[in-house]
Write a protein that binds this ligand. Structure first.
Ligand code: SAM
Ligand code: SF4
Length: 330
């Protein structure tokens, strides 16, 4: 089978698909989901695994190599390791990663790793048990930490910890997170708080720029820039002799649109060319009305063609009308 390479009209090569397998979640992080009143998508409208696998097979023929499984919380979807093993067996896919809140990692990491999962990102916004429970509205940090430890023992590498600093709330822990890299090989990544999703949570005053975070971290000790092979949108540094690295992801202040290589597949089967644009292409309806692979390929190509050059989130800070990250697939 011949693999192609697909480029959009701005000469960006699209080789990465983020797949949301559910819009449900076992937590309610204050910056992502409201405490109540979110209606999850009806089960019948969520893509079945065989449908996801079919889409990935066609996308792989077009040059998609890298898959990330996300949600909602992907680990609440039953038999996720079955999906991972199926994706693993698709020609052309060379990297499968997972973004999770880590609550169910402890129970599942062994099976997931055996199925072929290469890497994980765990969202962790506090190292303090009470604060963690407050941010996640009830999550138990010890369960997450045990899951991370087991993942290390399973040889999953690298393990990335994603933290969203919010001013006046958890930003007093920026230094503690950075310090984790001195003793562990974790990639600690600070992500700018974005004005999407649970709109009421975001305000200009709570948002902290990557530059400000970096200055605080570099006041601890000099930061040495690091070039990582798969750096994606993050810019990485390390403290001298530290095994771990510190990354900054700046969707607001440093648009990484110029090197964006991704498409997103929502849990209800829509291809979304850009996180910040409402444009979606409905693959589920096509699949369920009996479309041949050629038609699926045409729709994937179409979503690459309409991928916008960039977004304006830094300029007009009013993206709270967008669906929450749990719906789009963060
Ligand atoms: N439930 C999984 C988790 O928490 O890792 C996967 C989905 S979650 C929507 C993916 C990522 O989106 C998390 O790292 C979370 O911190 C991030 N996220 C959600 N809302 C955000 C916001 N308003 N600004 C910045 N990051 C956000
Ligand atoms: Fe759930 Fe992840 Fe959103 Fe937290 S960030 S509410 S864990 S989807």
């Amino acid at each position: 089978m011949s693999m192609q390479r697909i480029q959009d009209q701005f000469e960006r090569t699209i080789d990465y698909m983020r797949i949301s397998v559910t819009d449900r979640c076992n937590l309610r992080c204050i910056y992502c989901m409201p405490s109540e009143g979110v209606t999850p998508t009806n089960h019948d409208n969520i893509l079945r695994y065989e449908e996801v696998v079919r889409i990935v097979s066609v996308a792989a023929r077009l040059g998609v190599k890298k898959i990330r499984i996300t949600g909602g919380e992907p680990l609440i979807r039953k038999k996720l390791s079955f999906l991972i093993a199926s994706i693993r067996s698709i020609d052309g896919i060379d990297d499968i990663s997972l973004t999770t809140n880590g609550i169910l990692l402890k129970k599942q990491i062994h099976q997931l790793a055996a199925a072929g999962l290469n890497r994980i990102n765990v969202s962790l916004d506090s190292l303090n048990a009470e604060k963690y429970s407050e941010i996640t509205r009830g999550g138990d940090i010890n369960t997450v930490l045990e899951g991370i430890q087991l993942a290390q023992q399973e040889g999953v590498s690298p393990i990335k910890l994603n933290m969203v600093p919010i001013r006046g709330f958890n930003d007093n822990e920026i230094e503690a997170f950075a310090e984790l890299t001195v003793k562990t090989p974790f990639h600690v990544r600070f992500i700018e708080f974005m004005p999407i999703g649970a709109g009421a949570a975001w305000s200009e005053g709570k948002y902290i720029s990557s530059e400000e975070i970096r200055q605080r971290v570099s006041a601890m000790a000099p930061l040495i820039p690091v070039k990582l092979r798969r750096s994606g949108p993050a810019r990485y540094y390390r403290f001298e002799n530290a095994p771990g690295v510190i990354g900054f992801i700046s969707p607001i202040t440093h648009h990484f649109c110029g090197s964006c290589n991704r498409l997103r597949l929502t849990s209800d089967g829509k291809l979304r060319p850009c996180l910040f644009s409402e444009t979606e292409i409905d693959l589920k309806s096509a699949l369920r009305s009996g479309a041949q692979d050629e038609e699926i390929e045409r729709l994937i190509r179409l979503s690459v063609e309409v991928k916008p050059q960039g977004h304006t989130i830094g300029h007009e800070r009013s993206f709270t009308h967008l669906k929450p990250m749990s719906k789009i697939g963060g």
